[in-house]
Write a protein that binds this ligand. Structure first.
Ligand code: 3PG
Length: 306
């Protein structure tokens, strides 16, 4: 009998867990649950005898992967798979997958929750600004970026998009404006939503120079990864530009140093974008179905370590 471990430092909603278990029962698989753990050694122990692993932002490090003696597949229930050591997985012949698009609406909705919070003086009663008619930049047009664009149009914002991998023509089919360069995006837009993955190229790419291009009233909303920010640049930019605001669902390492910029800086304590029962159900069930399809039919769709 195949044994599947669900290891979630930040657990799925109970309905999602029940749904995942049901899928595995029907497939004749056993489910093992490791929730709310804080010590990575617990994951290393739990993975020892399982055939498959479902994780969220949990780290599937080389150590975890090497400890999984029977491991054949790891599914990241979510979009970003920068938490999986892909080289280690590939070396061991383990398939790594994500579940693209399953939690993107949740992340996009939070983007606007945080944006309105910042634009309306942190809900403290002071006078704020409206979003209607303002220039809104979407940095990368994947599943989250597309949902962000849809909602931004509902706010009547002027939506500009840059994605080095998506042509302007494709972007403009959605009724938003494609721009030619990242510099143009930041020069044009007062509001920027970061929807880029954390890769060797994008890490620390949001730096002082790029931020300096933003017009007055600049606000950056980061629901992507803290690693894409050059934190030294971010701190200097907060000092240099008293109009600048930064809001994120993932605290930068310099979180405590930024707390002095009251009303201009906010971060949720834990990664929050995909924290809805709908997103948990979508991503969790997709992960379970992908595992069943892999074992029963050899289906490797969504493999990310090809
Ligand atoms: C993702 O990459 O899918 C999001 O960052 C959500 O991450 P989470 O599952 O840890 O909430």
């Amino acid at each position: 009998m195949k044994k599947i471990l669900i290891a979630t430092e930040k657990p799925f909603a109970a309905t999602a867990v029940n749904g995942i278990k049901k899928i595995f029962i029907e497939a004749g698989f056993e489910t093992v649950l490791l929730e709310n753990y804080t010590d990575p050694n617990d994951l290393i122990k739990a993975v020892a005898d399982v055939d498959a692993l479902i994780i969220r932002s949990d780290k599937a490090s080389r150590q975890v992967i090497e400890a999984g003696k029977n491991l054949k597949i790891i599914v990241r229930a979510g979009a970003g798979y920068d938490n999986i050591d892909l080289a280690a997985a590939t070396e061991k012949g383990i398939i790594a997958m994500n579940t693209p698009g399953q939690n993107s609406n949740a992340v996009a909705e939070l983007t606007f929750g945080m944006l309105v919070f910042m634009a309306r003086a942190n809900f403290k009663g002071g006078s704020g600004t409206e979003l209607k008619g303002k220039k809104f930049g979407i940095h990368a047009y994947g599943n989250v970026g597309k949902n962000v664009a849809r909602i931004a149009k509902g706010f009547d914002m002027e939506v500009h998009v840059f994605d080095p991998f998506v042509s302007k023509e494709t972007i403009e089919k959605d009724g938003v404006k494609g721009v030619d360069s990242v510099e143009e995006l930041y020069t044009t837009c007062q509001y920027i939503s970061l929807n880029i993955p954390a890769t060797e190229k994008t890490k620390k790419s949001i730096n002082f120079d790029l931020l300096s291009k933003m017009p007055k009233g600049a606000t950056v909303i980061n629901t992507a990864r803290k690693e894409v920010i050059d934190e030294e640049g971010l701190k200097s930019f907060f000092e240099a530009r008293p109009d600048f605001k930064y809001v994120s669902d993932i605290a930068p390492d310099c979180h405590k140093e930024l707390l002095q910029f009251e009303n201009r800086y906010f971060s949720t304590p834990k990664k929050q974008g995909a924290e809805t029962s709908e997103a948990n159900i979508n991503a969790g069930l997709a992960a379970a179905n992908q595992i069943v399809n892999f074992f029963k039919n050899g289906d490797k769709s969504f493999q990310v370590n090809k």
